[in-house]
Design a protein around this ligand. Structure first.
Ligand code: DC
Length: 222
């Protein structure tokens, strides 16, 4: 099973790099942040309090969750846009700090990869918790102001200051929680993507793979 772990904070370039890498290597891609967002969406939709640990864990265990390349559905409802909206973004760190939610989603992530013979998974704890034996672990970082600029470009209805404040708040919550905090694995390759184009980052990650593996086709179609 071939697993590549891409971790790092919001706006570090994880999604763009992980998607490009998966395409390049012919592997499937999983955005695990979308899973935490989908559980948060389901809690809010049920009228529950995201801070109530029992509600969030019960919902995490019972929902039918499908995270595709471009579409997320929760119990058959298309949640692709809502999971990126301000309500979910505000509440997601609290849900992601819940150990019972984490253990349920971590087992779903492992099952997802097992069923597909591996994949490129992006998140906060892929290299430390979900797949500590991943073939390659990359931890992406970038200057906070640049991360906020990238996120502000993606969300059209919020200004830069609001996005920057939200990123700083989520960074602190995600890094300081007791259950599986966001931290680079000891054996992860740390790449600072500030000022780097996507092609440069993908090329660097592919070169890390070709350094460590014989069966990688460097000339695979991008
Ligand atoms: O990458 P993102 O912003 O969509 O992630 C949403 C939230 O989920 C973020 O606050 C951190 C959390 N998360 C996590 O705790 N573990 C993961 N593997 C992925 C995301």
């Amino acid at each position: 099973m071939r697993v590549i772990a891409i971790d790092g904070p919001a706006g570090s370039g994880k999604s763009t790099v992980a998607r490009a890498l998966a395409k390049r290597l012919g592997l499937q891609y999983l955005d695990t942040g979308a899973m935490y967002r989908a559980v948060t969406f389901a809690v809010l939709r049920s009228g529950g309090d995201p801070g109530d640990p029992d509600v969030a864990s019960r919902i995490a265990r019972s929902i039918d969750l499908r995270v595709g390349l471009d579409e997320v559905t929760v119990d058959g409802v298309d949640a692709t846009l809502e999971i990126r909206g301000p309500e979910v973004t505000r509440a997601v760190s609290e849900v992601a700090a819940n150990p019972a939610v984490r253990s349920e989603l971590v087992s779903r992530q492992r099952e997802w990869a097992r069923e597909r013979g591996g994949g490129v998974l992006e998140g906060r704890d892929i290299g430390t918790v979900v797949f500590p034996d991943a073939e390659l672990k990359v931890y992406l970082t970038a200057d906070p102001a640049e991360r906020a600029r990238r996120r502000a470009k993606e969300v059209t209805d919020l200004d830069y200051e609001t996005v920057a404040a939200d990123l700083a708040r989520r960074d602190a919550l995600d890094s300081n929680r007791s259950a599986d905090p966001m931290v680079e694995a000891g054996d992860a390759v740390v790449l600072d993507t500030t000022g780097l184009g996507i092609d440069g980052v993908v090329a660097r990650v592919v070169s890390l793979l070709t350094d460590t593996s014989d069966d990688t086709n460097e000339n695979a179609d991008a």
